[in-house]
Design a protein around this ligand. Structure first.
Ligand code: PGA
Length: 253
C-alpha cells in the first residue's frame, strides 16, 4: 500500500513572516491528516525558518524539501547549494528536474539524472519531475517525452534506485495555468510510467509513489488522487495558502 504524499512547492515565494504564518497554519490542521505524508519545499533561504517553526511546535510529521541542488559537494561554485547543506538544514527531500528548471535554466535529462544520484548519495529523497509541453501533447508525444525523461534517470541510477524516490508527473501545460489534466488523462500517464518501471522491476513499480502536479486544488484533488496510480500531489500555487494546502492534504487522506 502506497502512502499518499502531498508536497508543497512554494517556488520563489514568501519571506520570513509569511513562512512563519504558513507553517503555523499547516501545523494547525496537520493532525487531521493521519494517512498521508506532508512535505513543504520552501525557497532555500526560508528552509531554516520553516525548520525552526516545526521544531518549536514539535511538528515532526511535516517534512521539508528543497527545490533543487547542485551536483558538487562543496567548493568554488558561487551561488550554489549542496546536498549536505540541505541535509544539515533539515531537508529530507529535494525536487529534481522541475519543468521550470528544465525550460528556464536549461537543465537537460542528463543533468536531472546526475542530480538524482547526488541527492540519493547525500541521503535525500529525490522528487523527480517529468511531463510534456502542450505542443508535445498535441503532437502525440506525451509518452515518448515522459519515457525519455524517466529513462535518463533509470539508465544513470538503475531502476532499483527509484524505490527510494518519488516521481511527479507534471504536464507543463497544466502548471500555474488553472488548466488541470482530467483524472483520466493523468491516470493514463501515471499508468504508463508505472508499467514502464514494471517492465524492469515489478516490486519497484508497485511501491514507487507517482504524484500529479499541475493546478491541483482542494476541489479537484480528490478525483485526481482517487485514481489507481495517482499517489498524491505536487502543489504549486495552492500550497501557499494553509487552508487550500490542507484541503488537498485532507483529500489525499
Ligand atoms: P501549480 O504548480 O500547482 O501552481 O500548477 C505545480 C508545480 O509546478 O509543481
Amino acid at each position: 500500500m502506497r502512502q499518499p504524499l502531498v508536497a508543497g512547492n512554494w517556488k520563489m515565494n514568501g519571506d520570513n513572516a509569511s513562512t512563519e504564518s504558513l507553517v503555523n497554519g499547516i501545523i494547525s490542521g496537520r493532525d487531521d491528516v493521519t494517512n498521508a505524508e506532508v512535505l513543504i519545499c520552501p525557497p532555500y533561504i526560508l528552509i531554516p525558518r520553516a525548520a525552526s517553526v516545526l521544531e518549536r511546535r514539535g511538528a515532526a510529521n511535516i517534512a521539508i524539501g528543497a527545490q533543487d541542488l547542485d551536483i558538487n559537494a562543496n567548493g568554488a561554485y558561487t551561488g550554489q547549494i549542496s546536498a549536505s547543506m540541505l541535509k544539515d538544514a533539515g531537508c529530507s527531500y529535494v525536487i529534481i528536474g522541475h519543468s521550470e528548471r528544465r525550460s528556464i535554466y536549461g537543465e537537460s535529462d542528463a543533468d536531472v539524472a546526475e542530480k538524482f544520484k547526488v541527492a540519493q548519495a547525500g541521503g535525500l529523497i529525490p522528487v523527480v519531475c517529468v511531463g510534456e509541453t502542450l505542443a508535445e501533447r498535441e503532437a502525440n508525444e506525451t509518452e515518448s517525452v515522459v519515457a525519455r525523461q524517466l529513462d535518463a534517470v533509470i539508465d544513470a541510477a538503475g531502476v532499483e534506485a527509484l524505490a527510494d524516490s518519488v516521481i511527479a508527473y507534471e504536464p507543463v501545460w497544466a502548471i500555474g495555468t488553472g488548466m488541470t489534466a482530467t483524472p483520466e488523462q493523468a491516470q493514463d500517464v501515471h499508468a504508463f510510467i508505472r508499467n514502464r518501471i514494471a517492465g524492469l522491476n515489478a516490486d519497484v513499480a508497485a511501491g514507487v509513489r507517482i504524484l500529479y502536479g499541475g493546478s491541483m486544488k482542494p476541489d479537484n484533488a480528490e478525483s485526481l488522487i482517487g485514481m489507481a496510480d495517482i499517489d498524491g500531489g505536487l502543489i504549486g500555487g495552492a500550497s501557499l495558502d494553509a487552508e487550500s494546502f490542507l484541503g488537498i492534504c485532507k483529500a489525499a487522506n
